[in-house]
Design a protein around this ligand. Structure first.
Ligand code: AHR
Length: 514
């Protein structure tokens, strides 16, 4: 049904001639919603990489930077505002070299290690299991632990699970108590390895499938805690990995991960985060939208083995990946974040919402100071990125009912034979019956008038917010932190079951119908 709608919208886009001012029409089917958008689609990812943890989330109790028990207060407050549902940690590639026992107990006694994946930085393990799980409790989000399969042992991972979740008189629970935490934490999500085809062990899928079976056997459910075990999944277009895992692991996993980055390629320059042409921008939109085809293809394979959709697809890494900012430490993946990045977020969410019958989680990479982050920090303060504002605007869709829509708009041919519709949109109805519609006008130069048909819905009022800026390359810096920010949006006219909206060029809007 959903695919049919999409197909028809493409045909219509080519054949319907819209009136002079109207550049798009959207029909929201408010009575056809069946699927809940899991809040975990708005998940985050924090890795021991660059200044994501140290300097980003954590400065330690003795820092001059204002903190609460070591957590940066400014970052914490900004994250609280985003209503983060789930946070993945400690990696990424770092996870498969991480030995959790190094990160517990008195800080002075914790051994150091070399962070081989990320610039050879010395990791002092001052942020470990307690610091992470306590942060999740404070943020009110689910922890997602990424376990070490690449260089760890079955025993090590099994004991970590016991340490975190056992409430009994067990050796690991007692060790935890000795380290100051009486009650077990609730830990639902457990990743069994990360990118096991690459930095997580360079394995073949057949070999990893067997390892997954072995490791996951010993990750027990203690004292009412029920683990949701996630197998390390494919990169982008590697459909064979998904096929082999579905075939050889099947129902032994609750979720299978997938990684997809909006990136020009893995060799050579990925392009500047802030200096790009309009052509580059449209290419980025095309590459970002391609994730829909990738998700569909992985889902089709999963459907072949699991018709009842018991196994979830978990997109536990996604986002933009540009060249590191000049002058920053190589290997720390610190990048700026422009309005273009915010579009990658909004367009991605519009797609994710359509596939939540299978796609149950997505974790943007990463939360602070790394890749497409929400927040950038220095010793004096923080900057909220355009991506932060896209997440803020879209949080109304968390746990709301997805409303199918038809969308007819102009489509642009872009570099590398991709096609980019000039409007992207999504709609949902929350538990209070309020409808939210998010729309992106991808067109860099032209405002677009959108007619939204709302059969059987009589809205009295529409209030909204807009994210835009003078240039696509605009970003927030420590000198100019409010260059790109949200503003009230009022360009909505209501006429019975129809809304007329004027979207400025390069803008993202969410409206609430009242
Ligand atoms: O997010 C940065 C890295 O990208 C992660 O550590 C790894 O899983 C992926 O290759």
């Amino acid at each position: 049904m959903r695919n049919k709608l999409l197909f028809s919208s493409v045909l219509l886009a080519a054949s319907v001639s819209l009136s002079a001012q109207t550049s798009a029409t959207i029909t929201v089917h408010a009575d056809q919603g069946t699927q809940i958008i899991p809040k975990e689609i708005y998940g985050q990812f924090a890795e021991h990489l660059g200044t994501c943890i140290y300097g980003g989330l954590w400065v330690g109790e003795n820092s001059n930077i204002p903190n609460t028990n070591g957590y940066r207060t400014d970052v914490f407050n900004a994250l609280k505002e985003l209503q983060i549902p789930v946070l993945r940690w400690p990696g990424g590639c770092f996870a498969d070299e991480y030995h959790w026992m190094d990160g517990i107990g008195p800080k002075a006694d914790r051994p150091k290690m070399v962070n081989n994946n990320w610039g050879g930085t010395i990791e002092d393990n001052s942020f470990g299991t307690h610091e992470f799980l306590n942060l999740c409790e404070m943020l009110g989000c689910e922890p997602y632990i990424s376990g070490n399969v690449g260089s760890g042992t079955v025993e090590e991972l099994a004991k970590w699970v016991e340490y975190m979740t056992s409430n009994g008189d067990s050796p690991m629970a007692n060790l935890r108590r000795k380290n100051g935490r009486d009650q077990a934490w609730n830990v639902k999500y457990l990743g069994v390895g990360n990118e096991s085809w690459g930095c997580g062990g360079s394995m073949r899928p057949e070999y990893y499938a067997d390892l997954y079976r072995r490791y996951s056997t010993y990750c027990r459910n203690y004292d009412g805690n029920s683990l949701f075990k996630i197998a390390s999944g494919a990169s982008d277009y590697d459909y064979n990995w998904t096929k082999v895992l579905m075939d050889r692991v099947g129902g032994r996993m609750h979720g299978l991960s997938l990684h997809y980055y909006t990136v020009t390629g893995w060799n050579g320059s990925k392009g500047s985060a802030t200096q790009f042409s309009k052509d580059d921008y449209y290419w980025t939109m095309g590459k970002c939208l391609e994730i829909e085809d990738v998700i569909k293809k992985h889902c089709t394979i999963m459907d072949e083995y699991d018709k009842n959709k018991r196994i979830a697809l978990m997109l536990d890494e996604w986002g933009t990946w540009w060249d590191e900012e000049p002058g920053t430490i190589h290997g720390h993946l610190y990048q700026q974040n422009t309005l273009r990045d915010a579009f990658v977020a909004s367009l991605s969410f519009d797609i994710f919402h359509k596939y939540t019958d299978r796609l149950k989680m997505a974790n943007i990479a990463q939360i602070v100071n790394v890749l497409q982050s929400m927040i950038l920090t220095n010793d004096k303060g923080i900057v909220l990125t355009p991506t932060y504002y896209a997440f803020k605007m879209y949080k109304v869709h968390q746990d709301a009912t997805y409303l199918p829509l038809d969308l007819d708009c102009k489509i642009m041919d872009v570099r590398d034979h991709r096609k980019v519709p000039m409007i992207s949109a999504t709609a949902s109805k929350n538990k209070d019956g309020k409808i939210h519609i998010s729309m992106s006008n991808i067109d860099a130069d032209n405002a677009q008038e959108i007619i939204i048909n709302l059969p059987n819905i009589k809205a009295r009022k529409a209030v909204g917010e807009i994210l835009t800026s003078s240039n696509l390359t605009d970003y927030n810096s420590f000198d100019n932190p409010n260059n790109v920010k949200l503003a009230p949006f009022k360009e909505v006219k209501i006429n019975k079951e129809e809304l007329k909206i004027k979207l400025p060029p390069k803008s993202i809007v969410t409206i609430e119908l009242q």
